[in-house]
Design a protein around this ligand. Structure first.
Ligand SMILES: *Cc1c(COP(=O)(O)O)cnc(C)c1O
Length: 368
């Protein structure tokens, strides 16, 4: 079987270094808020290109903390609006609603699957305080136009960089393009831990200090509590593992790009729409999304032929039960993507032979 993502193999590909790192922490007797966090945060901030990185429990928390800190700092208040792409993963939107803020959904472009910069301005109201862009599938979503809109309306630009570690806009990494970025190190992400983990990156010292405190019970000084915070910390084992994997991130992403390039070059079935790539550095292929009207048939056919695929995502957020007040809304492009998208096997450990097998099967696919 060709797996969608063979995590056992991904971990084994850096196994010696990961085992060494895990053992070092286990034997150190120090498991939280120690040297490993300090080292990873420093290296991750340097990699992304920001002054600060703050480790936290997971990617949803990272996004939540950014907005919560802005509320604590008086930059926004519950009831204010945050613009976000309608086709994102639910976590981007949960971070907004968990803070009592209002998500305003904007359609993506059908070419890039990223928020359509041309449709942002019409969604702005006097209550809009931020735009959350999501570098979906591993592709940069930032454009100059988005930067201009943020300056014109005095909006915070927040990046959901959960899927795009290593992705670039020009010579800058995503995660350094806005006021703050949330990162997920969920095991399946391009930079994945061996469990849950996340981080915020920013150049804003006040924001960084506030988040560090909020994610540590709201405390800045031991046993003194400034905010009603929570416990959302990055543990030392995960930080040590992430530091190892960060060193190999570019080389792992390069392997993903080679898989993607082969798919792009060799898939030649007129029933399939391939993803459009702006430039080589602007996509790190967390996901390789194809589209077809015959998505369910293609998925079943691939499954029957031993190829695991996934759908990102089957139901858009505005059609979910948890957002029943949005169920009546219509986002035709988003709904089309959710009806037609299929994610092909993608990882740094796929062999050329496996990729060739997937391509051959897809090229042989016909509709009965
Ligand atoms: C994975 C993901 C998140 C959430 O990250 P977790 O670490 O799983 O909480 C947020 N946004 C996007 C776009 C994601 O893909």
């Amino acid at each position: 079987m060709i797996k969608f993502l063979d995590l056992e193999k991904v971990t084994a590909s850096h196994g010696t270094e990961i085992n060494e790192a895990v053992n070092r922490v286990v034997n150190s007797g120090w498991y939280l808020q120690g040297k490993e966090n300090e080292k990873f945060e420093k290296n991750f901030a340097a990699y992304i290109g920001t002054d600060y990185a703050i480790g936290c429990g997971n990617g949803l928390d990272a996004l939540y903390w950014i907005l919560r800190a802005y509320i604590e700092l008086g930059v926004m208040a519950p009831g204010d609006e945050v613009i976000v792409p309608a086709n994102t993963y639910i976590a981007s939107i949960l971070a907004i609603t968990d803070n009592g803020l209002v998500p305003v959904l904007v359609e993506p472009s059908l070419r890039t699957y990223q928020i359509d910069p041309e449709k942002i301005e019409e969604a702005i109201t006097p209550k809009t305080k931020a735009i959350m862009i999501v570098h979906l599938y591993g592709q940069n979503a930032y454009t100059e136009k988005i930067g201009d809109i943020c300056r014109k309306y005095n909006l915070k630009l927040i990046e959901d960089n959960a899927q795009a570690h290593g992705c670039k806009y020009g010579d800058r990494h995503t995660g350094s393009l806005g006021d703050a970025a949330g990162h997920s190190f969920y095991p399946g992400k391009n930079l994945g831990a061996l469990g849950d983990a996340g981080a915020v990156t920013t150049n804003d010292k006040l924001l960084a200090d506030t988040i560090r405190s909020l994610a540590n019970y709201g405390s800045q000084k031991k046993y003194v509590f400034k905010y009603r915070g929570r416990n959302s910390r990055l543990d030392e084992i995960q930080a040590a593992v992430l530091d190892v994997k960060l060193r190999h991130l570019d080389e792992d992403n390069e392997k993903r790009k080679r898989v993607a390039e082969k798919y792009l070059k060799e898939i030649k079935n007129p029933l399939i729409t391939l993803p459009e790539v702006q430039d080589r550095d602007a996509h790190v292929f967390h996901i390789f999304p194809i589209r077809t009207k015959y998505r369910n048939q293609l998925q079943e056919y691939l499954t029957n032929n031993g190829v695991q695929t996934n759908i990102h995502y089957p139901i858009p957020p505005h059609k979910q039960e948890c957002y029943s007040h949005m169920n009546h809304l219509s986002f035709p492009i988003t709904e089309k993507i959710h009806a037609e998208e299929l994610s092909l096997p993608m990882s740094p450990v796929l062999t050329e032979e496996e990729v060739s097998d997937v391509i051959r099967l897809i090229n042989d696919f016909k509709v009965k």
